[in-house]
Design a protein around this ligand. Structure first.
Ligand code: FAD
Ligand code: DLZ
Ligand code: SF4
Length: 511
């Protein structure tokens, strides 16, 4: 029996189920670079370059093992430009007895695969993607009967189930959470560490030239491209993080520093999501560092929580709630995306910095994504689909399964609290506390109205006034609503009008 084994661009793991049981004498691996995937959103140039170069390196590795790989390049004149078109052509070339593929990372692609199962006149075996700790079935079991999902509860269940950072049935160190030690501002005088970047090899340089030629108008620049593109690179990036950054990870994970995109963050999400690293080995490397006494428990727990907790949690929510999940709009957000998200042209220094990092690196760390670009979208009431397309386009690690719940549920509260117990809304005071951005800004975070008012502070109060009916009863928002109780109607109306005028003046459209 000859199988056609179809590997997608985010399935670059030697142990992917698609490759298990491969018969090197009879089977062919199919990999395709297609226009549909490179343009279904206007991906950052570095994201396209990273994925295509990683695909090419992965294919070379399989060939070196003696596996037959049918690899279709983007500029192949016969390329039809879609997964479906290329699968059909490959079926005609190889006349396989079956097609084998692992679960994709996007609902959109799952629908394509369902179409192949109905339309191709041969079996299409869809295998569970077991690179995650929690299967979609196990998540559904955990979520059964719940009307809201909370990461903390899920994470504790995952710690118990996997035994990670557990000792004698209890959490290591006697606590589930070390937030009191973690999440501080950046320490005065500390220099952000030098980060490991990977100079492009000949194969990557060829891809960079292709991307510049084919996608000149896509967001971002290729100039600073330093992503690893092979498993060896990804392992080196992980080693570097564990040795040089992990000990400081917890304390500085929420800090933001102008001109320093990476700080002590792992920068492994593109590798994890594309398959060059596995979640299990990343958690194991961090825990080994704690056990060896080279990283404190607070840092290691904070890091493991991101992967065993958040990453698994958002994937569970995505597959449980799609396709309807993307349609909710609990706060009735209806404003068009301001052009500044694409141009970075704004006098708000925090947004300018976060968008500059994004354009230069196809990366911004979590707090920039949540509390700067995400918070602004929440406060301004940007249409969910528009801000979601932006996030899916601009980050090298973005795939629908992970981007959508993070934006829709966590950043903009469009699911009405299915994932978060309150909106992550904050005014300028939070950004001022956690960053040095406000020092370089023409606005003042403490000023609530008038020409020098910080737009985040103005919009924060306007947001709370606008949504008082929905949010005032939330006990986690009791404090700001207590403050608002002291405002008379005229002050509230003036705040709303000033916020509207500010937002209406922002240009919209893709630059
Ligand atoms: P670190 O801060 O060092 O964290 C380590 C790892 O934990 C990450 O590599 C990632 O795999 C995992 N992780 C941490 N937080 C999350 C989370 N909330 N959800 C899932 N995994 C998490 N992450 C993506 O991988 N792709 C996305 O498209 C994406 N979009 C986001 C959009 C918004 C609005 C927000 C608030 C967060 C988003 N995240 C996304 C989560 C997180 O910001 C990134 O995973 C992280 O910034 C990646 O950088 P890092 O590897 O240096 O992470
Ligand atoms: C994101 C992406 C891009 C830009 N290009 C390709 C491609 O040419 N070929 C491919 O197989 N995958 C690509 N990808 C990743 C896919 O979009 C991803 O595999 C699907 O969204 C399923 O998760
Ligand atoms: Fe951002 Fe406001 Fe601070 Fe300026 S003052 S950097 S707009 S939070």
């Amino acid at each position: 029996m000859a199988a056609l084994r179809f590997i997608l661009g985010d399935q670059l793991t030697r142990d992917i189920p698609t490759l298990r049981g491969l018969d090197a004498e009879a089977d062919t691996v199919l990999m395709v670079e297609v226009a549909q995937e490179t343009t279904y959103v206007p991906h950052h140039k570095q994201k396209i370059a990273f994925i295509l170069s990683a695909m090419r390196h992965f294919a070379d590795g399989l060939r070196a093992e003696g596996i037959a790989v049918d690899y279709v390049r983007l500029d192949d004149p016969a390329n039809t430009g879609s997964f479906t078109g290329e699968l059909l052509r490959a079926v005609r070339r190889h006349l396989p007895d079956a097609v084998v593929i692992a679960e994709p990372g996007e609902y959109r692609v799952l629908e394509m695969i369902e179409g192949w199962r109905r339309g191709l006149n041969l079996p299409v075996h869809l295998l569970p993607d077991d690179r995650f700790f929690c299967t979609t079935v196990d998540f559904a079991r955990w979520a059964e009967g719940l009307d809201a999902y909370r990461m903390e509860t899920f994470y504790r269940a995952m710690r118990e189930r996997t035994g990670l950072l557990m000792r004698d049935g209890a959490p290591s160190g006697g606590r589930w959470n070390f937030d009191t030690e973690n999440r501080r501002p950046w320490p005065a005088g500390m220099r952000p560490p030098e980060r490991l970047r990977f100079p492009p090899d000949a194969a990557t340089r060829e891809v960079l030239a292709l991307v510049e030629r084919r996608f000149p108008k896509h967001f971002g620049t290729l100039a600073g491209f330093g992503w690893g593109v092979s498993r060896a690179d990804a392992l080196a990036a992980l080693d570097h993080f564990v040795a040089d950054c992990l000990p400081h990870f917890g304390a500085t994970q929420d800090a933001m520093v102008a001109g320093a995109a990476f700080l002590h963050h792992a920068t492994v999400s593109p590798y994890l999501n594309a398959g060059l690293l596995t979640a299990r080995e990343v958690c194991a490397a961090a825990i080994a560092s704690f056990e060896a006494g080279t990283a404190p428990l607070a840092a290691v727990e904070g890091f493991v929580r991101q992967i065993l907790g958040w990453r698994e949690f958002v994937r569970g929510v995505y597959w449980l709630r799609m396709p309807d999940y993307a349609d909710s709009n609990a706060l009735g957000a209806g404003r068009a995306l301001p052009a500044l998200y694409w141009t970075g042209e704004t006098e708000m220094n925090c947004l300018r910095q976060a968008i500059a990092d994004t354009a230069a690196q196809a990366y911004a760390h979590h707090i920039n994504r949540l509390m700067v670009t995400g918070n602004f979208a929440l406060l301004a009431g940007i249409r969910p689909a528009e801000i979601e397309e932006w996030y899916l386009s601009v980050y090298a690690d973005a795939y629908d399964w992970v981007e959508l719940p993070n934006v829709h549920g966590m950043a903009i509260f469009a699911d009405g609290g299915l994932m978060a117990s309150k909106p992550y809304a904050a005014g300028g005071a939070y950004i001022d506390r956690m960053s040095d951005y406000c020092r370089g800004c023409r606005y003042s975070p403490k000023v609530r109205s008038g020409p020098g008012a910080c737009p985040f502070t103005l919009l924060y109060w306007a947001f709370l006034i606008r949504h008082a009916e929905t949010l005032a009863g939330n006990p986690r928002l009791a404090m700001p609503y207590q403050t608002l109780a002291g405002w008379d109607g005229a002050r509230k109306a003036a705040t709303l009008a000033e916020a509207e005028a500010f937002l209406d003046a922002l240009p919209t459209g893709y630059a």
